[in-house]
Write a protein that binds this ligand. Structure first.
Ligand SMILES: [Zn+2]
Length: 411
């Protein structure tokens, strides 16, 4: 039997609109649509509808380490604060950490995320129990021996990728092996690329070329092209912008993480887009960005472009919202990110009674520049309501279990 959901009278592009969702797909969008028999009705009056976000770079379980070792230099932060605690993460902590991350994402309008971590079966179960989408990348180091035992378990809304950590932590053999694995299993290849100036100078010293050039020289770009998801891509020379663009790679800008870790802020958004790269947005893990809010990431991304270019027309709101939504879904192979018939039903309602929308001269501008995630009232993923009037099923239990697991890590 078809499950039908009707959202009545929500604001879409300044028009009162009805939306009919059949199973996981938007089947009709228009004014005063006839309600199919047996449909569940959501009153959209006093709301506006937007596509949900795709967070294209995260380490979901790190939500358990939120706030740990803040404001310390990167090497001390990793060695003294993060890595000793990460070694204590067992399946139980990974599961509840991922559940907590999913609730935070749902409450801030994200219905898909592209992650990089370990203990993927526990993560996949948590994602499946949360009702949102994820592409989980197996973190690889050194020779990529983690691939020996990689046996991903299928879940309907979960896909997998290989995720070599970076060019400075995975050697040539490991990068080649990850590439072959991604080719033969048709998975994405998710990597941290050119996050810091030090990564670039170390790569130049070791290989005589810059990180994106190194991937090109190893044949990774030619072999995988659009299957490559390059997080950060912050310190790029002109020829690297062209390389990533020519191969149709996805790049992920994580402005809050880059700013907080002091990594840099001159992300080449327009240049990468013009070169042909798919530009998307992410938060990075909660130990570095401290929350998983894509609305906040999108606002920072827009403000940074305007700021460092001295140009208020840079990164207009509509473009930044596309990067935060449709571009990310496209990289995940999903036709979502638009509220139109024939697209996947991943959408959110924002409360026009929230002060950020008073007055409401420009709904999109109010969402990006004025609102916080508490304005998001209802979230639909794959045709299913995962948050209704800010209520997410199971939240109290997840919060209690995640607190318990987090204090165990610090003990
Ligand atoms: Zn990261």
């Amino acid at each position: 039997m078809t499950n039908t959901l009707v959202i009545q009278g929500t604001l879409l592009n300044d028009l009162r609109t009805d939306i009919i969702i059949k199973d996981n797909t938007i089947s009709a969008v228009g004014q005063q649509l006839a309600v199919p028999q047996g449909a569940e009705i959501i009153d959209g009056c006093n709301t506006a509808v937007f596509p949900t976000f795709a967070n294209m770079h995260s380490h979901a379980p790190m939500v358990l380490l939120r706030g740990v070792g803040d404001d310390t230099p990167l090497d001390l932060w990793l060695n003294n604060h993060i890595w000793p605690r990460e070694r204590r993460l067992d399946d139980e902590a990974i599961y509840w950490g991922t559940r907590l991350a999913c609730i935070e994402m749902i409450k801030s309008g994200t219905t898909a995320f592209n992650d990089m971590y370990f203990r993927l079966p526990a993560m996949a179960q948590a994602v499946a129990d949360s009702g949102i989408r994820a592409q989980l990348g197996l973190n690889l180091f050194g020779n990529a021996d983690e691939l020996d035992t990689f046996d991903p378990q299928p879940h309907p809304l979960v896909s997998y990728s290989v995720a070599p950590h970076a060019v400075y932590t995975v050697n040539e053999h490991g990068l080649r092996r990850a590439t072959l694995f991604a080719q033969s299993h048709n998975t994405a290849f998710h990597i941290h690329l050119s996050e810091t100036q030090k990564e670039v100078s170390d790569c130049l010293a070791e290989h005589g070329c810059r990180p994106a050039e190194w991937l090109d020289r190893l044949g990774v770009l030619a072999a995988l092209g659009p299957k490559i998801i390059a997080a950060h891509s912050l310190h790029l020379a002109d020829d690297e912008v062209q390389l990533l663009g020519n191969h149709g790679c996805t790049v992920v800008h994580n402005p809050n993480s880059n700013l907080k870790l002091g990594s840099g802020h001159r992300f080449l958004m327009a240049e990468l887009s013009q070169a042909g790269a798919n530009v998307t947005l992410g938060t990075d893990g909660c130990a570095s960005s401290n929350n998983l809010c894509m609305l906040e990431a999108a606002k920072t991304a827009a403000l940074l472009q305007k700021g460092w270019r001295n140009d208020p027309t840079a990164a207009p709101a509509a473009l930044v919202m596309e990067m935060a939504s449709r571009h990310g879904f496209a990289a995940l192979g999903l036709k979502a990110g638009r509220v139109e018939a024939g697209w996947l039903a991943d959408l959110m309602l924002v409360d026009l009674g929230n002060l950020a929308f008073v007055p409401n001269h420009n709904t999109l501008s109010n969402l990006l520049y004025a609102a916080h995630s508490d304005a998001i009232s209802t979230v639909v993923c794959n045709g299913r309501v995962v948050m209704r009037n800010r209520q997410v099923e199971g939240e109290a239990e997840v919060v209690a279990q995640a607190r318990r697991c987090a204090s165990r890590l610090m003990g």
